[in-house]
Design a protein around this ligand. Structure first.
Ligand SMILES: Nc1ncnc2c1ncn2[C@@H]1O[C@H](COP(=O)(O)OP(=O)(O)OP(=O)(O)O)[C@@H](O)[C@H]1O
Ligand SMILES: Nc1ccn([C@H]2C[C@H](O)[C@@H](COP(=O)(O)O)O2)c(=O)n1
Length: 226
C-alpha cells in the first residue's frame, strides 16, 4: 500500500505521515529530507547554488541514506549524520533553489521511487512531499491533500522555533515565499485528481492521524488487512 500526502509548508505533512505510518505499521518517507540533504551537501562544498549543472552533479554523486522507520528518523549524507543540520534555517532559506532544479528532481525522484518499491515487501509506505500523488507515486492507493490556513501554518512553525529566534519576516519567508517558489515546479496548492482534502486548521495532530488512518483502512482491497 502507498499513501501519498502532499500539501503546503506547515500543513502538518511530516508529523501526520509519521503518525499514520506508526499507527498502521507502515514505512515512512520524508521526501523533503532528500532535497534538504542535497542542499546541505552543496552548501557544505561551497557550490554556487545557481550553478544548476554543478548542483545536479552533486545530487547524482551524493551517497544518501534516509531512514524509513517512523520511530527512528535519520539522514546520512556521504557518511555524515545530517539529521539535525538539514533543518537549520540556513538550509530552509535556500532549499527551494535546489528543489526547483529539474535535474536534481529527476535524480531524487528516481531514488524516492526505489525506496517506495523496496517498502512494498514490508506492507507499504506513507510518503509525504509536494509531488507524490502527481509524479512520484501516481499509483498510490490513497492520495491526501493536507491543508491548513496560512495563519495556522505560520503559528505552528513559530511555535517550533526558539522564541525570538526568528522575525515575522523570516517566518513569512519560510512559509509563504518558499511555497510560492516550490509551486513553480509542483502542483501542491490545490488537490490533484483523486486526492482527498483534509483541512487540519481546526484539528489536532491526533485527529488528523485518525482521519487518514480511517481513510487508509477503507481503501485497503478486500482480503487484505492493515
Ligand atoms: N493538526 C495539527 N495541529 C497543531 N499543530 C500541528 C498539527 N499538525 C502538525 N502540527 C505541528 O506543526 C508543525 C509543522 O508540522 P510539520 O513539520 O509536520 O509540517 P510539514 O507540512 O511537514 O512542514 P514542511 O513541509 O515545512 O516540512 C510541527 O511543529 C507540528 O508538530
Ligand atoms: N516531494 C517534494 C518534497 C519537498 N520539496 C521541497 C519543498 C521544500 O522547499 C523542500 C524541503 O521540504 P520540507 O522538508 O520543508 O517538506 O523541498 C519538493 O519540491 N518536493
Amino acid at each position: 500500500m502507498i499513501i501519498a500526502v502532499d500539501g503546503p509548508s506547515g500543513s502538518g505533512k511530516s508529523s501526520t505521515a509519521r503518525g499514520v505510518a506508526t499507527r498502521l505499521g507502515l514505512r515512512y518517507l520524508d521526501t523533503g529530507a532528500t532535497y534538504r540533504a542535497v542542499t546541505w551537501s552543496a552548501v557544505d562544498r561551497g557550490l554556487d547554488l545557481d550553478d544548476t549543472a554543478a548542483v545536479a552533479q552533486r545530487a547524482r554523486e551524493l551517497e544518501l541514506e534516509v531512514s524509513t522507520d517512523p520511530s527512528n528518523q535519520f539522514v546520512i549524507a556521504d557518511g555524515t549524520d545530517v539529521t539535525a543540520a538539514i533543518r537549520e534555517p540556513r538550509i530552509s532559506e535556500v532549499v527551494s533553489k535546489i528543489a526547483t532544479n529539474l535535474d536534481v528532481r529527476k535524480e531524487l525522484i528516481r531514488r524516492q521511487r526505489a525506496v517506495i518499491d523496496a517498502a512494498q515487501s514490508s506492507g507499504g509506505i506513507v510518503v509525504e512531499g509536494r509531488d507524490i500523488a502527481t509524479v512520484v507515486a501516481t499509483d498510490a492507493e490513497l492520495k491526501v491533500h493536507l491543508t491548513a490556513d496560512q495563519d495556522a501554518r505560520m503559528s505552528r512553525r513559530a511555535a517550533e522555533l526558539e522564541s525570538g529566534s526568528v522575525t515575522a519576516e523570516q517566518l513569512r519567508d519560510q512559509i509563504v515565499r518558499r511555497d510560492a517558489d516550490d509551486a513553480t515546479v509542483s502542483q501542491f496548492l490545490v488537490a490533484s485528481d483523486g486526492a482527498v482534502t483534509v483541512d487540519s486548521t481546526h484539528l489536532t495532530l491526533e485527529e488528523v492521524v485518525d482521519v487518514i488512518s480511517r481513510l487508509a483502512k477503507e481503501t485497503v482491497p478486500r482480503g487484505r488487512e492493515l
